[in-house]
Design a protein around this ligand. Structure first.
Ligand code: UDP
Ligand code: MG
Length: 339
């Protein structure tokens, strides 16, 4: 099955790209919020200033992800002040990925920007995102040029994760890109159609394809409050990512079985020869070892063949579309045609 692959480097604009204009378009900001009461006033101050200068109509869809503080009250106060600020209140904490999906399902804009409310995603970048969009990019994603605000351990583990992910899966995650990006409406429409429940958004963003362009930026420290990500949570996040996009961990066992089988055969040969030449010094040892080693190899092969089927079931169950059409040329008014 051929899946679209996104290159981690930015794709140069194609000559056929239709120049777009922001005039009359609407920008949707999606902001998941979990225990963010301290930072929200700052966030709205900065982002509304920025949006006022961009020359587009906008909405800010805030998703309260089951916060335990006064986040909802603060959000509603801002909604009263500015009706372009809309609030979705989730029934409990579902996690950032799900909160983001809830927001993406609700937006009505032509361009959509998911953003963290802690101001680690500088709102000043949105102008550059829109310019990239006008020049033909369907996705303009922020890439951190330095991760000095992260600890050495976090940088090291992040690097390891990107390496492992890109090795194991069909899609390539661009290094140091987060969720902060601008997406054209048609990209978000594809994301909405993905029925899978385990939503590793970074991976899905890369999976959809389209013309993606990197916009470098320096990532500042969190403006206030504290990060809710701990190492255990990050580890689970990494596992979610790899298991959503790779079946290598369950398929590897057939290969382990083949290697174990070859080694078992060699060991058996060695033991038999040694017993013939030197006699059986420890009764039972050669026969036991041969049985254990070949038994192990057979089990690994059996688990591996189960893995092949389970991997296929898993791919079917995810129900991702087979392909995503970006443009159609020469068709009559067909849904999805480039107008
Ligand atoms: N967030 C959320 N639900 C959660 C955890 C986080 O909606 O369960 C939001 C949070 O309010 C913030 C964004 O996700 O807007 C990023 O969270 P955080 O700053 O804690 O993560 P980090 O920047 O450390 O990766
Ligand atoms: Mg943060």
């Amino acid at each position: 099955m051929v899946q679209p692959v996104v290159s981690p480097v930015s794709i140069p604009p194609l000559p056929v790209v239709v120049a777009r204009s922001r005039a009359g378009k609407r920008l949707s900001i999606v902001a998941p919020c979990y225990n963010e009461q301290e930072v929200l006033d700052l966030f709205f101050g900065r982002i509304e200033d920025e949006l006022a200068q961009l020359g587009v109509d906008y909405e800010i869809v805030c998703v309260n992800d089951g916060s335990r503080d006064h986040t909802l009250a603060v959000l509603l106060r801002h909604h009263q002040r500015n009706p372009k600020i809309k609030v979705i209140n989730l029934a409990r904490n579902f996690g950032k990925e799900t909160a983001l999906s809830a927001g993406l399902d609700a937006v009505i804009g032509d361009m959509i920007v998911p953003i963290d409310v802690d101001l680690q995603d500088p709102p000043e970048l949105i102008g550059q995102f829109i310019t990239a969009w006008e020049n033909g990019a369907d996705v303009a994603y922020g890439v951190r040029i330095d991760r000095s605000s992260d600890t050495a351990l976090k940088r090291f583990t992040a690097q390891g994760f990107y390496k492992a992910f890109n090795r194991l899966s069909d899609v390539d995650l661009p290094y140091n890109a987060g969720d902060y990006r601008l997406m054209d409406k048609r990209v978000v429409d594809v994301l909405r159609q993905l029925p899978e429940r385990n939503r590793f958004m970074k991976g899905l963003f890369a999976w959809v394809g389209f013309r993606q362009e990197a916009v470098p930026y320096a990532r500042p420290e969190r403006a206030a409050g504290s990060s809710s990500w701990r190492y255990w949570k990050l580890w689970n996040f990494a596992l979610d990512g790899i298991t959503s996009f790779s079946t290598a961990p369950i398929r590897v066992w057939s290969y382990v079985g083949v290697v174990a089988g070859v080694l078992a055969a060699l060991a058996a040969l060695f033991l038999v020869l040694r017993t013939l030449l030197e006699g059986n010094k420890v009764p039972g040892y050669p026969s036991l070892m041969v049985v254990i080693l070949t038994g192990f190899a057979i089990q690994m092969l059996a688990i591996g063949s189960l893995g092949e089927y389970v991997a296929r079931i898993y791919q079917e169950v995810k129900g991702r579309p087979l392909y995503v059409v970006m443009d159609r040329y020469g068709f009559d008014a067909t849904p999805g045609a480039d107008a």
